[in-house]
Design a protein around this ligand. Structure first.
Ligand SMILES: Cc1cc2nc3c(=O)[nH]c(=O)nc-3n(C[C@H](O)[C@H](O)[C@H](O)COP(=O)(O)OP(=O)(O)OC[C@H]3O[C@@H](n4cnc5c(N)ncnc54)[C@H](O)[C@@H]3O)c2cc1C
Length: 578
């Protein structure tokens, strides 16, 4: 395998996580899936990886015709469509390949690691087609979702506005009823949508915008808050081939992820963009949120993939770069920097973040595939973790990858600075880390019936009991149980308190996330011990040990800060910000 292929999530790791650990398929199905993964990986290397840097330098441009993107991105996406990969997770009736979400996500990890910006168009299109195929009418599905599943049309998600990002209840885009036709209830939309990824491009025949807007009542008033938000399909080109009333008001020039165009779109400057309502009035946000689990896990997977690639690239660099001598020795030839304990720490840290992040994303994807009451409850609890933990720790991993490269890491001669810039988006979009933390602590824990948390704790106990029977893992089993007992104690202390219970929600999410990842490392280690002795297996056990000995103790400190139930930040006067 060439050095370049070596930077994508390794087939050995994905095979282990999907088949040995999660057991998503066996026998012939496993072989078929491995073959699809292999084909996808080759496409990622041949068509997505080569323009990684070029896509960053040659940003999308805007002229009178619209937004133009790099030709190599268009070619890569056309090849992706040829293999039917836009439809990989859709049923065969919809023209898809019928793969599970876990398998599709593992396939996606290759493309995200190779070129996250180019892969961004596929992720958005799939999320869009999923929403339409779940909530749309048969006519809407046929007209809009099927061309997306084929990869001929791409999709966007138009939620944010210049003044409304985290608080979508404050959006101002309006929809005025305009009759009914074969595609359903028709409206005219006016408003501005900010930050729209893939908002315009010249790679697909048409663009299907999914737009959140408020329906104007007969008296001209707009509903207040999030309950009055509805969802609309607003295509760039109307069914008769004419252009809809949508203007690209500008492109955003971003820190990273530059290959994915990002637009300010003005709807209805010429009187009203034509849109068709999806589902019932007022159901816009609930419909969007039902699809959010998938979108959020995919964001987590993007972050994990970038972290993984940074790890592999910095590992390679550390093996090749000579500098300094071991502490306490004088003279002699310089050693490879991987010999220095501090560099080894930075590499191990990256590895446990990247592979831990892959694990939580695949675990959640598998829960989504399994369905049923327990899996759904657990998935709801773990989704904020699957979105935020890989995003937060993926950026730290990429930061460490830069550090391993020393001064060279701070230049554009190596990919690691771009990986960091690309990854820095992930704690921001699809709900910032702060918003995910509130969701976890408020809706999913303190304001819930506690069932999901009990299910999680029960699974953690099962893993610990299995680990206790292996002398190498028993000590980790007891740290894991102790840690989760502390988490439960902190939750108990927070319940019944007022709004100040949420002041340290982000720190709580961080600690809770570490506890979840520790559990998944141990659970994988338990699986690995049952397999034949291989280099992969020993390596996994070392990584598990590193997480328990170097990472989990840090999470205990974060928990102890949350446990103080301090009102420190809330009570700080304005002078503190002088
Ligand atoms: C590159 C990029 C691509 C994007 N793509 C899309 C897209 O395709 N479609 C789309 O609709 N949107 C997209 N977005 C928008 C993205 O989802 C928003 O940027 C995000 O939701 C945050 O909103 P905001 O930028 O208005 O920040 P704000 O909501 O103003 O948040 C600013 C800060 O305040 C914090 N904050 C806000 N409210 C609270 C609260 N109640 N409690 C605690 N803290 C709070 C946030 O955590 C954050 O740290 C994209 C953004 C970027 C940068």
């Amino acid at each position: 395998m060439s050095a370049r292929t070596d930077i994508l999530p390794s087939p050995e790791l994905l095979d282990f996580q999907l088949f040995d650990w999660l057991n998503i398929a066996g026998g012939e199905e496993r072989e078929t899936l491995s073959a699809i993964l292999d084909t996808a990986r080759r496409l990622a290397v041949d068509a997505f990886l080569p323009h990684y840097r070029q896509g960053d330098i040659e940003e999308p441009s805007l002229d009178v015709e619209g937004v133009r993107i790099l030709p190599a991105i268009r070619t890569a996406l056309a090849r992706y469509a040829e293999l039917g990969l836009f439809g990989m997770s859709f049923s065969e009736e919809l023209g898809g390949l019928g793969l599970s979400f876990a398998a599709s996500l593992a396939i996606h990890s290759n493309f995200a690691a190779a070129n996250v910006s180019t892969a961004g168009y596929t992720m958005l299109t799939v999320a869009n087609a999923r929403l339409i195929s779940t909530f749309g009418t048969p006519a809407q599905i046929e007209r809009f979702a099927l061309p997306e599943i084929e990869g001929r049309w791409f999709g966007t998600m138009c939620l944010s506005e210049p003044q409304a990002g985290s608080s979508l209840g404050d959006i101002r885009t309006k929809a005025v009823p305009d009759g009914e036709d074969e595609l359903g209830a028709r409206y005219r939309l006016t408003g501005n949508k900010m930050w729209i990824s893939g908002g315009d491009q010249n790679a697909s025949e048409n663009i299907v915008h999914l737009v959140l807007a408020k329906i104007v009542a007969e008296d001209g008033s707009l509903p207040v808050g999030s309950k009055g938000i509805s969802l609309f399909i607003v295509p760039k080109l109307l069914p008769d081939g004419t252009r809809n009333d949508i203007a690209v008001a500008g492109l955003n020039h971003k820190l990273g992820n530059r290959g994915t165009s990002n637009c300010l779109l003005n709807f209805g400057e010429g009187g009203g963009a034509v849109g068709w309502r999806v589902g019932m009035p007022g159901q816009g946000l609930p419909q969007m949120f039902m699809m959010m689990n998938e979108a959020r896990i995919s964001v987590g997977m993007g972050a994990a993939s970038l972290a993984y690639r940074g790890y592999r690239q910095s590992l390679q660099y550390a093996q090749e770069r000579s500098q300094g001598r071991p502490a306490g020795t004088k003279g002699g030839a310089p050693v490879a920097i991987i010999e220095h304990p501090d560099v080894r720490r930075m590499l191990l840290q990256q590895r446990v973040y990247a592979e831990g992040a892959l694990a939580i994303c695949l675990y959640c994807a598998h829960l989504l595939d399994q369905g049923g009451r327990d899996a759904e409850a657990l998935l709801a609890l773990l989704t904020p973790v699957a979105k935020s933990w890989p995003s937060e720790f993926g950026v730290i991993a990429n930061d460490l990858a830069i550090q391993v490269h020393g001064g060279y890491g701070y230049t554009r001669d190596f990919d690691v600075e771009q990986l960091w810039r690309d990854n820095r988006l992930n704690p921001i979009h699809e709900g910032t880390t702060g918003i995910q933390a509130l969701d976890l602590l408020s809706r999913k824990i303190l304001h819930s019936d506690g069932r999901a948390l009990s299910l999680l704790c029960a699974r953690i106990v099962v893993t610990a009991r299995r680990a206790e029977t292996d002398s190498r893992l028993a000590v980790f089993a007891s740290s894991l149980l102790d840690f989760w007992q502390e988490v439960e104690g902190v939750i108990e202390g927070l319940s019944g308190r007022g709004p100040e219970a949420f002041d340290d929600a982000t720190l709580f999410l961080r600690a809770f996330g570490h506890g979840v990842i520790a559990w998944l490392w141990l659970d994988q280690a338990v699986t690995a011990t049952a397999l034949a002795q291989t280099a992969f297996r020993s390596s996994l056990l070392y990584a598990c040990r590193y997480f328990f000995e170097s990472e989990l103790p840090q999470a205990r400190c974060w928990l102890s800060i949350v446990a103080r139930h301090s009102t420190l930040v809330r009570s700080m006067p304005d002078e503190a910000f002088a």
